[in-house]
Design a protein around this ligand. Structure first.
Ligand SMILES: Cc1cc2nc3c(=O)[nH]c(=O)nc-3n(C[C@H](O)[C@H](O)[C@H](O)COP(=O)(O)O)c2cc1C
Length: 401
């Protein structure tokens, strides 16, 4: 059996899986369920400062999921790309109750898992108070959450609306906290990796690169946003490409443990994030829609995969994809001999490829789709859209170097 254990900032985790700070971790009961479900740690739902206490009372209803239930085969088969829009701001607790709940969570899980408190102040004084209070708890880890995608819309300097203050906040908290801590960085800024780097320089001991975006969809009959009516968190498994990019960039530049996890939907996603350099991988939406116990299933599958590949631990695959990620300028241009070919045993003459061919290279005959290889650009769109998997690209003839 491969060893799934990871160590970050001296803290041991039985596997890399964390329940992200969200509805599933709203109190000690959720934290316990998260650990019992197989996760190695749970990031507790964020405590907001007093100035943002409006967020402690959530809109009802507050979740809206697009492109989910209408997926063929649902609920046995779940889609791999959908959007969860939510307006759930922070923990419903005030400072004292939050700290008590963190202690209850730790008492409930003991050494089976790590309890990670999450703080989000709206002023420097609030950050200071919260850090001092969390020092007195039994939390194994603290996260400074300066990433909440819509909190700034509440009219206070918090979350993604306080990105430029992050290094200053980090410096202040680093001077107070007596526990291992991470800083959660918003992707809603020009370059989140620059911000993460500034935080590391200011004393961040680990970074979490997995916050969501914000947005809404519109009902065209009423011209109003769907769901709660304001901007909300906007994310889902479709965002994994965005997350992988930032984690890879952060791993190249930073020498601190990285918590990844935007868009995790199955165990393969955890391997992908590890391959671009993550130490710990969290899930929010994945746990919310597949249940706490999915962590155990993910851990078992990661274990099997590592065993099958002959790896004995996650350390052996951490960062191995980084050298394979090319810069745009390094991608080979116009290799010769790349054009579409059609398998006439599969082609059913549907013409889907024709409507997506912008080189006028395909027309449908009685035989099926016929490709003019002189016009075909080898772009690959017909391969991607063919519902019969009848189109392939011929192998490129590499030019001699
Ligand atoms: C309903 C909901 C509530 C969330 N609340 C918090 C929060 O209180 N604090 C926080 O740091 N992140 C919060 N998040 C963000 C998650 O912790 C996580 O960063 C995000 O969902 C990305 O991961 P995912 O793609 O696995 O969902 C929330 C996410 C959702 C969906």
């Amino acid at each position: 059996m491969a060893n799934l254990k990871v160590k970050a900032l001296g803290v041991e985790f039985k596997n890399p899986i964390l329940v992200g700070s969200a509805s599933p971790s709203m109190d000690w009961v959720g934290v316990k369920k998260g650990i019992d479900g197989g996760a190695a740690g749970v990031i507790v739902k964020s405590l907001f400062g007093e100035k943002a206490k409006l967020g402690r009372s959530f809109p009802r209803p507050r979740y809206k999921i697009y492109d989910y239930k209408n997926y063929p085969g649902y609920p046995e088969v779940l889609p791999h790309a959908f959007t969860l829009n939510s307006l759930e701001e922070c923990s419903h607790f005030g400072y004292e109750d939050y700290m008590k709940d963190v202690d209850k969570a730790k008492a409930a899980v003991g050494n089976d898992g790590n309890v990670m408190a999450s703080l989000s102040g709206a002023t420097m004084e609030e950050w200071e108070t919260m850090c001092k209070m969390v020092n007195e708890t039994k939390a194994d880890w603290v996260e400074l959450n300066v990433s909440c995608p819509f909190a700034a819309d509440m009219g206070v300097k918090i979350g993604a609306g306080a990105v430029e203050l992050l290094p200053q906040i980090t410096k202040l908290c680093a001077g107070i906290l007596r526990k291992p801590f991470s800083v959660k960085v918003s992707p809603q800024t020009q370059n989140p990796v620059d911000i993460a780097e500034a935080c590391v320089k200011a004393g961040a001991r680990a970074v979490n690169m997995s916050a969501r975006l914000s947005g809404y969809d519109l009902d065209i009959e009423t011209a109003r946003p769907l769901g709660p009516g304001a901007q909300g968190g906007w994310g889902g498994p479709y965002l994994i490409g965005y997350g992988l990019k930032f984690v890879a960039q952060a791993a190249r530049r930073l020498d601190v443990p990285i918590i990844a996890g935007l868009g995790v939907w199955d165990w393969r996603d955890i391997i992908k994030y590890t391959m671009v350099g993550a130490t710990l991988v969290q899930s929010g939406v994945g746990i919310m829609l597949q249940g706490y116990n999915v962590s155990k299933k993910w851990a078992d599958n990661i274990n099997l995969w590592l065993d099958n590949k002959g790896y004995s631990s996650l350390d052996e695959i951490r960062g191995i994809a980084l050298p394979n990620i090319l810069k745009t300028a390094e991608v080979e241009r116009r290799p010769e001999g790349v054009y579409a070919t059609v398998d006439y045993n599969k082609c059913n003459h549907c013409g889907t490829c024709v409507r997506s061919c912008f080189y006028d290279a395909i027309h449908v005959t009685k035989m099926g789709a016929v490709v003019n290889s002189k016009k075909c650009d080898g772009c690959g769109m017909c391969v991607e859209v063919c519902p019969q998997d009848a189109v392939k690209l011929s192998s490129p003839q590499r030019r001699a170097k």
